[in-house]
Design a protein around this ligand. Structure first.
Ligand code: DC
Length: 221
């Protein structure tokens, strides 16, 4: 029996891939995997337990043993709703630091593959196409200029009443991009056969339609 189809959407931080991936999943009635949330959960749990960001063994064990649940759009660690806590910028930075360790990445492997259920899955992250779902029917590399991404992040934070500075955001994004691209294990990259989707000048709706039309094309074949 063939496995349910996967649409893999990879890209840098704040590219809008999460929003696009979630809407594509909704439109198709597919499941959705936000793999970045898993790395953010490890980051948050490690902070709570006082584990050093350089202790790769302890981080790997923690990632393996974490009790997490995705329910009705909310994310739980243990029994605590951490949906908002993991979105904090400091947790994103820590997630990017601990994501360099093979121990952490391996511990999250089976968990991620478990999201692949009928009728299909839309998965977003950095290594969905290159490592986790190499047989994805559609691979998309979704990006935007660093300036466009920093502006989007700035607007999101201000809308939430959180103060932000463009120069700081720009530097943060550049550092995280460099770490995600340059790491030895499962670096962020556009794999062969992936469609490039630059959303610098596209609305969310336009990006969603583009992915859906590519999916229709591959489903016809
Ligand atoms: O997509 P995000 O910003 O929520 O991800 C947070 C960090 O997690 C990101 O900087 C790198 C890491 N990550 C990863 O290494 N591999 C993934 N598949 C997803 C996220």
């Amino acid at each position: 029996m063939s496995l349910p189809p996967v649409i893999a959407i990879d890209g840098p931080t704040a590219s809008g891939k999460g929003t696009v991936a979630m809407q594509v999943a909704n439109r198709l009635g597919f499941h959705y995997l936000d793999s970045g949330a898993l790395y953010r959960l490890v980051a948050l749990a490690s902070q709570q337990k006082g584990i050093s960001p350089s202790d790769s063994c302890a981080l790997g064990e923690l990632a393996f043993a974490m009790q997490i649940e995705f329910k009705n759009g909310l994310i739980f660690l243990g029994n605590i709703d951490v949906t908002w806590a993991i979105r904090d910028e400091s947790i994103g930075v820590l997630a990017s630091q601990i994501a360099v360790y093979p121990e952490v990445r391996d511990a999250l492997l089976a968990l991620q593959k478990g999201f692949r259920r009928a009728p299909g899955l839309v998965a977003d992250g950095r290594d969905m196409a290159s490592r986790i779902f190499t047989d994805a029917v559609l691979k998309v590399f979704l990006t935007a200029s660093v300036q466009a991404r920093a502006e989007r992040r700035y607007k999101q934070l201000i809308a939430k009443g959180i103060s932000a500075r463009m120069d700081v955001l720009l530097q943060d994004l550049q550092e995280r991009d460099a770490r995600d691209i340059q790491r030895a294990t499962a670096p962020l990259k556009q794999v062969e056969g992936a469609h490039l989707l630059d959303t610098s000048n596209l609305s969310i709706d336009q990006a969603v339609e583009r992915v859906l039309s590519w999916y229709q094309e591959v489903s016809r074949n």
